[in-house]
Write a protein that binds this ligand. Structure first.
Ligand SMILES: [Zn+2]
Length: 119
């Protein structure tokens, strides 16, 4: 299936996809090479990730744009914290270090969230 059609299918199914549901798990089994949204669990092949820029050239994403819009700021911060910790633990034992702090990332998340939700 073409990416455009897949995303269309996923957006039609969207109302039925509960937070991290069996449907999302099924989709993840179809696309095991993609990582996925921390909230709904859909792989990135089926949804658009919401990137939060933490510097001029770098960004990170924990949820899709749909979930970013539907979550509270507190929830979003938890998702981004989880992803940050995952990234941090992937780097453990290598010579790489995170180039930004969690505190800074969460400030950027809050900035994007507030600008999207018009607070
Ligand atoms: Zn999502």
């Amino acid at each position: 299936m073409k990416t455009k059609n897949r995303k269309k299918l996923a957006s039609l199914l969207r109302p039925y996809i509960k937070v991290n549901s069996l449907v999302s798990k099924m989709f993840r089994n179809l696309y095991p090479n993609f990582s996925y949204c921390e909230r709904c669990g859909l792989p990135w092949s089926l949804c658009n990730s919401k990137a939060v820029d933490y510097s001029e050239n770098s960004g990170t994403f924990a949820t899709c744009d749909y979930c970013f819009e539907k979550s509270t700021l507190e929830e979003i911060k938890i998702y981004y914290t989880t992803v940050y910790k995952k990234q941090e633990s992937c780097l453990r034992g290598t010579s790489y270090k995170m180039d930004h702090t969690l505190e800074h990332l969460l400030k950027c998340v809050e900035r994007d969230y507030l600008s999207l939700h018009g607070a």
